[in-house]
Write a protein that binds this ligand. Structure first.
Ligand code: SAH
Length: 184
């Protein structure tokens, strides 16, 4: 099981590193390559959280026995709903790598009315659900490492969106939260 996790992580990492170099026909300009400094730490942080939370990884994946199991499972479902809803709203403007697509429009409705990065927010909630589900305090604390990593990517992403949408994005920034609604 442990070696399987590393195989999956390495495979995802390789795909993530290659993606920005593939020129897509519906993308204008090149995907941001400095995003590599997000992909690598993000996957490492996620893998470490999984290892630390699941210990020897022999814990049954689906087991609702304690209140923490319930809280973690609910958080995970909430995270799925947030991500799904944001995906429906951002639609074809979505991409795994940071890029401006052909006919890219600035999305400001749905969950994007409140927070500028609902998919990252939803993902953070989903990652945090794992140590909560496992009652792992070290895993929970490690989740906070994901915040500077996400912030790094958001910095590149917002600079790119300002280049593309200028004033419109600046105004959008003024009336929305960055990542955590009502916090910042
Ligand atoms: N950061 C967003 C989207 C993630 S997908 C979220 O967490 O929900 C990454 C792509 O989304 C980037 O390439 C960027 O071009 C695009 N993007 C981010 N915010 C956007 C917005 N408000 N409107 C349109 N495209 C956006």
């Amino acid at each position: 099981m442990v070696s399987e996790v590393w195989v999956v992580t390495s495979a995802v990492l390789i795909v993530a590193l290659i993606l920005p170099y593939l020129k897509k026909k519906d993308t204008t300009g090149n995907p941001r390559k400095e995003d590599v400094f997000f992909q690598v730490p993000a996957l490492l942080v996620l893998t470490v959280i999984l290892f630390v939370s699941f210990g020897n990884l022999s814990y049954p994946l689906f087991s609702i026995r304690s209140p923490m199991n319930v809280a973690g499972a609910l958080m995970f479902i909430v995270s799925l709903i947030i991500r799904l809803s944001a995906h429906v709203t951002i639609n074809t403007n979505y991409s795994w790598t940071l890029e401006i697509r052909e006919g890219h429009t600035l999305v400001e409705d749905g969950l994007y009315r409140y927070v500028r990065h609902p998919i990252y927010f939803g993902t953070f909630i989903g990652v945090m659900a794992i140590p909560i589900y496992m009652s792992s305090l070290p895993g929970f604390l490690l989740c906070f490492l994901a915040i500077p990593v996400l912030n790094y990517r958001i910095g590149i992403e917002e600079r790119m969106l300002i280049e593309e949408f200028g004033e419109e994005y600046e105004r959008y920034k003024e009336r929305t939260w960055r990542l955590f609604p009502y916090i910042y």
